[in-house]
Design a protein around this ligand. Structure first.
Ligand SMILES: Nc1ncnc2c1ncn2[C@@H]1O[C@H](COP(=O)(O)OP(=O)(O)OP(=O)(O)O)[C@@H](O)[C@H]1O
Ligand SMILES: [Zn+2]
Length: 693
């Protein structure tokens, strides 16, 4: 294809393309277009991942998929279809979520550029963080209707995906949803909650019954207003003593065999009557109109209606039609839920026909009851799924820009990769595609990409125990005294500075606590005001290999100076005597120290008792004596070296100089002068090694 034909691209670009490795995340509307563009352009190696299967509704814009592919893996089918355009490309497809533990920093480091074509924030955040940590440029893209956007994210150069806060999803007060809806969206939310109450994962925040605690309804006793014809809040019964007995909605529906008439009357008649009894609510509002299943209107309409209307998604269903859909969906959903294993539940999905129909019908009936303008099933779907309809042309243009940006990145023309916005109408300069004037610079306060200390820990997560992480890595190597450690994404504390609080974790291996490749650990040593993020890079270490390796910038491995100087102050405030004592020991650099980093002009006095003290050409110095550790000092702005499975050998060339002889892969400059100031101990052999990148 293009890159394989001489003369189509300039030679340099042609070469870059031919040796590139790309990852496409998402094989939906934009992802399919990107993949097609890439194979036609001659990119020779592409991996693509998508967790989903093909839905009928995807076919109008995801042109790598056809009717016969419905139900199959998007990534696999995208691969097969793209190969038909260009069989010479190597495409690896994963039917999986990119948020899975298999896709950590190691995985991302395999690629020259990562191309996002996702539709949700969680996955975008994940890829953003992985690319930042792996130092791989990311192209983020998205469309909404006729609007599109493409931006490059490169660590240290541009904003990351999380540099600017994103608008939160609009939410509504519970009492509006349950008691006083005034817009169709309120009825749609209520209907989705009803679906979950009956078939999905129940959530206390998704109650659909009248809310007697509504502040507006206070000062009255609803029961006294009840006309006696209706039950209480959904699923509740009134005992003989007049008390409301809470009954689980799903259990109540099961007990009633999901009988459509019983359920309909409960939700749309009895509960509405109950709401009416909360008269304070209706002083300034139009009261709702309860509807009974046997309502003459329903019966009359129902007799005439044909099931064909259910495919008429652009029509506003009549009440009778809604009732028919309600009946039909209840039957289907009931069967679906009964086929699940005990304890499992259905997950609402706008593309799941009975689930969507159920919500559309219920929302419509409720809107009728509250005299709210109703809409077609098509429009309800768009609102329920929070969707702005996707437009194939917007996706195609966006994907085109993504590939152009990829080319610029391969050419290292980063400054030309300004964000591009696609607009429906031309701007005053007659542009539909509007490029940003400058690269958007990183937000210095961004929680994710700011120059906050972060080091990489290469470790076999199946072999290292939590107590080794604490003692060997945090205390001996990183100079922490009494650290608290939590898993960033989950907020789970795995090591606590409070004695015994996390004792039960000590013998566990890192992977048993989900500390796996790509996980970020937030480490905080209160006594030193020393905070550090540790990015885990899993490596399958062979038995004879060092268990772990720290890759860090020299400035990161020490507490903030302010604290050292204020140590007395801190000690005065410190909560525990034992901790204060330990602080003293470290600041005094006791002979037990395993590692100290000495600044440029300092003499390597501390190193005299150590195994090795080396100095790089940049005058960094390290001393160490652990037999488990290799330390790589690196410039954080440089790409991470690829993971090395073989032990790097340091050979003594002469008394003053050591040279890294790397048997396998390149690790930056191969010859760096170091000053050896002490003879290494012989007992640990090749594990007493310091790599300097
Ligand atoms: N965590 C994830 N890992 C892998 N793929 C993901 C992940 N999250 C979302 N995706 C995929 O990203 C793609 C986004 O494509 P798109 O926005 O066109 O969505 P869609 O589901 O195909 O269409 P629509 O939402 O409009 O029905 C989808 O195919 C989706 O499965
Ligand atoms: Zn950021």
């Amino acid at each position: 294809m293009a890159a394989s034909i001489n003369g189509v691209f300039p030679t340099t670009l042609q070469e870059k393309i031919k040796s590139s490795k790309l990852l496409v995340v998402g094989a939906g509307g934009i992802g399919c277009e990107i993949l097609k563009n890439l194979v036609l352009s001659g990119f020779p190696y592409i991996e693509i991942i998508d967790l989903d299967t093909i839905d009928l509704s995807n076919l109008n814009r995801q042109f790598l998929f056809h009717r016969e592919h419905v139900g199959k893996s998007k990534a696999q089918v995208a691969r097969e279809s793209a190969l038909q355009f260009n069989p010479d490309v190597k495409i690896k497809a994963y039917h999986d979520s990119i948020i899975g533990t298999d896709y950590g920093v190691n995985f991302f480091q395999n690629f020259d550029v990562v191309l996002n074509a996702l539709d949700n924030r969680a996955a975008r955040n994940h890829v953003n963080r992985m690319c930042l940590n792996a130092h791989v440029p990311l192209i983020e893209s998205g469309t909404a209707g006729y609007n599109g956007q493409v931006e490059m994210i490169k660590k240290g150069l541009t904003q990351c995906y999380e540099c600017t806060p994103k608008a939160t999803q609009k939410s509504f007060p519970g009492c509006t949803i349950r008691n006083t809806p005034s817009e169709l969206i309120h009825c749609i939310v209520w209907a989705k909650h009803l679906f979950n109450q009956l078939f999905g994962e129940t959530d206390d925040d998704e109650d659909i019954s009248p809310d007697v605690a509504d502040p507006e309804a206070q000062g009255e006793s609803p029961n006294s207003h009840n006309d006696g014809g209706g039950a209480q809040a959904s699923g509740d019964d009134v005992s003989q003593a007049g008390n409301v007995v809470r009954v689980n909605t799903r259990q109540w529906a099961k007990d009633n065999n999901y009988d459509p008439e019983t359920l309909f009357n409960k939700f749309f008649n009895d509960d509405i009557k109950y709401l009416l009894s909360m008269s304070n609510l209706w002083k300034t509002r139009k009261p709702p109109r309860p509807i009974q299943w046997n309502n003459a209107l329903l019966r009359q309409d129902k007799a005439n209606c044909e099931h064909q209307f259910m495919r008429q998604y652009h029509k506003i269903w009549s009440l009778a039609e809604c009732a028919a859909v309600f009946e039909d969906c209840l039957k289907k959903l009931r069967t679906n839920v009964e086929n699940l294993v005990e304890g499992d539940f259905l997950v609402w999905d706008k593309d799941d026909q009975p689930a969507m129909d159920f919500v559309a019908a219920c929302a419509s009936v409720r809107a009728y009851i509250f005299e709210i303008a109703r809409k077609s099933r098509f429009e309800v779907k768009s609102m329920a799924g929070n969707i702005i309809p996707a437009i194939a042309t917007t996706n195609a243009i966006t994907a085109g820009i993504v590939v152009l940006q990829t080319i610029k990145i391969l050419l290292k023309d980063f400054n030309k990769c300004k964000s591009v916005y696609m607009r429906l109408r031309q701007n005053p300069r007659q542009q539909l595609l509007v490029p940003e004037k400058v690269l958007s610079t990183p937000n210095p306060n961004c929680y994710v990409c700011a120059a906050e200390p972060a080091i990489h820990l290469r470790v076999d997560t199946k072999r290292m125990r939590i107590k080794e992480l604490r003692d060997e890595v945090l205390k001996k190597t990183i100079n922490m005294i009494n650290p608290d450690v939590l898993i960033d994404s989950k907020g789970v504390v795995v090591i606590s500075s409070e004695e015994a609080e996390t004792e039960c974790n000590e013998e566990k291996f890192l992977n048993e606590l989900d500390i796996v490749d790509g996980v970020i650990l937030k480490c905080d040593d209160f006594f030193q005001n020393y905070e550090l993020n540790i990015i885990i890079i899993h490596t399958d270490a062979e038995r004879e290999c060092p268990l772990f390796e720290v890759v860090a910038n020299k400035d990161q491995l020490k507490p903030k100076e302010e604290t050292v100087s204020n140590k007395k102050e801190n000690m005065a405030d410190g909560p525990s005597t034992s901790k204060k004592t330990r602080l003293n020991q470290t600041i005094e650099f006791s002979d037990d120290d395993d590692l100290c980093i000495v600044e440029e002009e300092d003499e390597c006095v501390k190193g005299q008792t150590k195994d090795v003290c080396v100095q790089t050409s940049e005058t960094e110095m390290v001393t160490k004596n652990t037999n488990m550790l290799r330390i790589t000092l690196s410039n954080q702005d440089e790409p991470m070296p690829t993971v090395k499975r073989k032990t790097t050998v340091v050979d003594i060339i002469d008394d003053d100089v050591t040279e890294i002889l790397d048997s396998d892969e390149e690790l930056g400059p191969t010859k760096i002068k170091r000053i050896r100031v002490a003879e290494p101990q012989s007992n640990h052999g090749s594990e007493n090694i310091i790599n300097i990148d």
